[in-house]
Design a binder for this molecule. Structure first.
Ligand code: OXD
Ligand code: MN
Length: 600
């Protein structure tokens, strides 16, 4: 690496000593010497800084202004058409030993990965500004939060990080206090898919990303830090970093239970997190509060319960399908001060996507071409909105609580057209870990590759766990100590289809009926039927007032297909074996116990 240049600006002086920022200053100087930017800007997160960035992006076409009357303060970004999703095949976990990354990750030796990335970074910021973004994942004063610094040459990334994290001066002050932070280096390079890599070095708390401006590859606080690096950190520090939404369910008596739920990308986490109760429930006084829609950090509190924070400050949600039926709260949230990426546009510059039911029609597609339905959708299927969580009408006042919220239930779920019933409850924690480990789902547009193919996606962490899944399951099992007051674990499937290929369950607000049953189980009040795969409700155990289900729907949503589950458990056994001797015996025993019960 080149010598450190004398005129590299250092972190704005904070407290008295400033010395705890020496490592940060030195790293910035080293990166500048390698990447050769024209300018360096330390981001303070202020409104003035953001306004100047937006001006610059409007001038160079990175952003387009949307209709100020209908969508004040909102902008459209069109990405490079080859840069629209996470790239799992180009994402690596670079641990010293390949076994520590596990069969669930692509692995590269750290020295080789550093060399490859540093060669790409050499001189890559010439003619550009290098932005230094200090950020905090989680409420700024929470002991559960962790800080990072992202260096990027993309002003679009800065504007998004400002929404998605607590970014700027307060984060820098915390970094100065703690002296520790995750280092993330990002350059969009030339946006060439052949020169694109997302590398993680969990043992060095370091991320290196090159060649993509897409959220999951470029907003390094999100998937790279808050999941891949944090999962590794969490393992050594005794907590959990999970791909889960967090919501609060307030019953008519004013009691609120918090639920954390893991679903693979683009399977409705944002919709569930912002659920609006059906009319009958609203009339009775039920309310649902949003704490987070994508990531959950949890750790045991003094009382043995798991307490959770949402490390993010905003939503990076999938736009298509967001409508007044599926998610009125999201529509209200994104009415102003929102960055839209790769959506269509109407004649009067309003954002538009497939499923939006506001009577508008698009004239321009996500590539900026005149919209022609014969050439594909107006909005890219993975088009997104970035918006502050504070704009959400259902945002929980506990979301900013430094101690987090106590979790009563953990829910796993996937897209399963067949076999998997609407809901079942695990018998105990070990069984619950197996239910999470065995999760399967049909793939979606959130990652490049074929859509609709069933794959195992344990705890919705397949693309995000920064270490060997076998060790991850052991870590989950380790929470079951003598003092633990662990949440109950459930599995749901909103996506079961009938013989005609149509969904059998109405979903959206009606999912509260299932959540109410879970809370009833937590309180020991709701009924269930015992089966080898867990406790299933009978249709009469759920409040189905106002829902009409055909006989086929009832049978499939609440039924248990013995032969189908025997085959599923054989497949789960094969999947666990792929991890070899590191797979915890307790999980294998649990799988075998259930397989044996199914064989009877
Ligand atoms: C996301 C994802 O963007 O999971 O949240 O891909
Ligand atoms: Mn996600």
């Amino acid at each position: 690496m080149n010598a450190i240049s004398k005129d590299v600006p250092t972190a704005p002086a904070l407290g008295s000593a400033g010395s705890r920022l020496a490592a940060l200053n030195e790293w910035v100087a080293q990166v500048a010497a390698l990447t050769r930017p024209d300018r360096i800007q330390w981001c303070d997160g202020s409104d003035a800084e953001n306004a100047a960035l937006i001006e610059r992006m409007l001038a160079d076409g990175t952003l387009e202004k949307l209709n100020e009357q209908t969508h004040p303060g909102s902008y459209l970004h069109r990405s490079h058409p080859d840069d629209v999703a996470r790239v799992e095949h180009l994402t690596f976990v670079c641990t010293r030993s390949p076994e520590d990354a596990g069969p669930n990750n692509h692995w590269m030796a750290p020295a080789e990965a550093h060399a490859k990335m540093d060669a790409l970074y050499a001189g890559c910021m010439r003619g550009r500004t290098l932005y230094v973004i200090p950020y905090c994942m989680g409420p700024i004063d929470s002991p559960l939060s962790r800080c990072g610094v992202e260096i990027t040459d993309s002003p679009y990334v800065v504007a998004n990080m400002r929404i998605m994290t607590r970014m700027g001066a307060p984060a820098l002050a915390r970094i100065e206090r703690e002296g520790a932070f995750v280092r993330g280096l990002h350059s969009i390079g030339e946006l060439d898919p052949e020169r694109r890599f997302i590398m993680h070095f969990p043992e060095e708390l370091t991320i290196k990303s090159f060649g993509s401006g897409y959220g999951g590859n470029a907003l390094l606080g999100k998937k790279c830090h808050a999941l891949r690096i944090a999962s590794h950190q969490a393992r050594s520090e005794g907590w959990l970093a999970e791909h889960m939404l967090i919501l609060g369910i307030e019953n008519p008596q004013g009691e609120t239970h918090y639920v954390a739920a893991a679903f693979p990308s683009a399977c409705g986490k944002t919709n569930l997190a912002m659920l609006i109760p059906p009319q009958g429930y609203r009339d009775a006084g039920w309310k649902v509060w949003t704490v987070g829609d994508d990531i959950c950090w949890m750790r045991p509190g003094a009382d043995g319960r798991l307490y959770a924070i949402n490390p993010e400050a905003g939503f990076f949600g999938v736009a298509p399908g967001t409508s007044s039926k599926s998610n009125p709260n999201a529509l209200a949230t994104i009415q102003h001060d929102t960055i839209f990426t790769n959506v269509g546009v109407t004649a009067d510059s309003q954002p538009w996507w497939e499923g939006l039911d506001n009577g508008q029609t698009p004239v321009t597609d996500w590539r900026g071409n005149p919209y022609d339905p014969a050439k594909g959708p107006a909005a890219h299927p993975n088009s997104r909105f970035t918006v502050s969580a504070k704009q959400c009408p259902s945002y929980s006042d506990k979301a900013e609580d430094a101690q987090g919220v106590p979790i009563s239930a953990i829910v796993f779920g996937g897209r399963r057209a067949s076999l998997v019933p609407l809901v079942f409850e695990a018998r105990d924690w070990t069984h619950g870990v197996l239910v999470g480990a065995a999760m399967g789902s049909e793939t979606t547009a959130a990652a490049t590759g074929a859509v609709g193919v069933m794959r195992r996606d344990p705890m919705a962490m397949k693309p995000f766990c920064g270490y060997n899944f076998a060790d991850y399951f052991s870590h989950w099992l380790s929470f079951d100590g003598a003092q633990a007051q662990l949440p109950k674990v459930f599995h749901v499937n909103w996506f079961r289809k009938g013989d005609d290929g149509k969904f059998l369950w109405p979903g959206f607000g009606d999912n509260l009926r299932v959540l109410e049953w879970m809370i009833g189980r937590v309180k020991g009040e709701a009924g269930a039927v015992e089966t080898p795969i867990g406790h299933l409700p009978a249709p009469t155990d759920l409040n189905l007032d106002g829902v009409s289900l055909s006989d086929e729907a009832q049978a499939k949503l609440f039924g248990f297909d013995h032969a189908g589950w025997s085959a599923e458990f054989a497949s789960i056994g094969g999947y666990l074996d792929e991890y070899g001797p590191r797979m915890p015996q307790a999980l294998k025993d649990e799988q075998q116990r259930i397989a044996a019960a199914l064989a009877r």
